[in-house]
Ligand binder design. Sequence first.
Ligand code: CP
Length: 341
Amino acid sequence: MPESLYGKDLICTQEWSMDELVKCLELAEDMQKHRFSPKYTKLLKDRTFFMFFYNPSVRTRQSFECAATELGGHAQYLEPGGMRLKTKKSAGETVEDAAQVMSRYACGMGIRILEDKVAAYGDGDNMLREYAKWSDIPIVSMAHDKYHPCQGLADIMGLRKHIGENLKGKKLLLYWGHGALARSWCSVQEAALLYSRFGMDVTIASPEGYDLDPAVIAATKKNCAENHQKFEIIHDPKAGYSGAHVVYSRNWMSPNAYLNGEFQKPLEIEKALKYTDWICDEAKMKLTDNGLYIHPMPIDRGHEVTDEVASGKRSIIYDVAENRLHVQKAIMALTMSEKYK
Ligand code: CP
């Protein structure tokens, strides 16, 4: 059994051991089965979890609020814009001060910072690590420019239900979908890292010019090699579907999305919308090994995926969205409840 996870940050699942990840998933699965059992409803009694949202959210905000309530505590929504924090562009309170003060109030802190709220790729990750350095309470990524660990765990919980606990040798197609959202790399990078930890064979398919972070690709390749699985990057809109057990389609930004400290959203969208062949549709899904369709949501229907696939029999999008609640309850319990100290 792993050591206690009490007090541990969750910025990327790659920083947790396999034993820790499985412990979290098993607890989440039990919490789903016994959702309102008294064994879980007082784990965070009288405790507060702070949530900093620099960007909007449906699932993350609602599921964290419900998770805190179901554990007997409270999740407090904070708008960083209302807190006079120091930024690259304005004077204000430092992370060093803010983090140490907030640690004295709350049992944990979640941060979301994506897309146009950072000046360059990696700034969001640096900010979370700065909070982690100065806080005495766990820092949890609620999706930042590099990673989305809660989403990754919710995905794996969905795959364990629909495929089984042993995911070794199952093929993941991580597929770039054209779209009008110019999304950060967080969900797809988390998926590449985490699915490969669980022994899946990984194919990433995108048009030329949509490379992900080279350090994340290198770590994913290493995970695949350690599990004796294949890793490949291809630039064909159809070929990767052959034999896939799981298809994950999602738009992501190009490596040129930041210029002179600004996120080039209109340019990214204009460029991405030209790749109309890059959509997950029923004809391509027929090439898979009866593959499941997965997406972290919100979905850009008609661009990343057709309605037929997103709402079809092999789509597990709503199960995965539900799992956000259960995995976040498990994360909060294990890292913030004294019961698991
Ligand atoms: N998947 C996800 O994080 O959804 P939200 O952006 O709605 O929180």
